[in-house]
Ligand binder design. Sequence first.
Ligand SMILES: [Fe+2]
Ligand SMILES: [Fe+2]
Length: 327
Amino acid sequence: MTSTAIKNRTEEKFVPILLDSLRVDSILEFDLYLPVNSQLVLYRSAHLAFTERTRQRLLENRVDRLFISFENRGAYQHYIEANLNTILNDPTVLEEKKAGILYDTSTSLVKDVLSNPTYGENIKRSQDMVSNTVGYILKGREAFLSLLKITSFDYYTYTHSVNVCTFAIALAQQMGFNDEQFLNDLGMGALLHDVGKSKISDRILNKRGALSPIEFEIMRKHPKWGVDILQDSSMVSEESYYPVLQHHERGDRRGYPHGLALNEMHVYSRIVAIVDSFDAMTTERVYQRAMETYPALRIMFALKGAYDEEILRGFCELMGPSGLAEM
Ligand SMILES: [Fe+2]
Ligand SMILES: [Fe+2]
């Protein structure tokens, strides 16, 4: 769901959804609203099947966007997660719409995970989401580019988590790793790499100025806390723990928590360290303007030994072969 919310006269909030996200013959557990004379009116009540006739009528009237009430977001999220695989494999849905639906559904899911990370159901939902993302990215470069186009440049832990997951899977595939289990375990670790931040207060996470030594110590604990959360759930493959624990390690031993060398870092961690740094640099933060893609990559190359150079080259190629010549 996009963050655009509108209000009608009763001050009830609504959010837009794409017509393409509604599956013909499925039962919708949420009311649908349409804008009429700059007001939203109830178009179809919940618990009714969405029929081909309804869909055609909307298309004839050039409606490709409907609205649901704010309170129904959970029901819509549940519906869309259950139907995501079908939507992503529907040849009649445009690539950019698929990418938008996948991205919005993933970010909403990660919001839920961060607010309740030990809830087993949330972990299961994350696994399904990662597997859908892997399947989508494996379709080819066009799919990845569509996702890249709609990637948020505003930094929130939930958008950052989805960006890192998308980049990590696409980068691994670019490096020749096509095994689905490999990509799923990597994707899960990437999606949840900052889940330990759920234990840190917003005051520290969003602080404008420099962190105090104590606050910095707390921040440095999030990789370990992330692994603790995954271990508690006992539903996540142990391979996925590596990028959670090691994404702030740097090949020059200047990282944390353990000051590892590059050859001591798991391949998942070497991938996630790169895409995590990249996304942090290229998104708008309270204390920093977003950087462009190639200046950010150039800085990463200049930090000799911090990142796996072969994987970093692969990442440059993924982001656009033309930029590689500038490195
Ligand atoms: Fe982190
Ligand atoms: Fe991160």
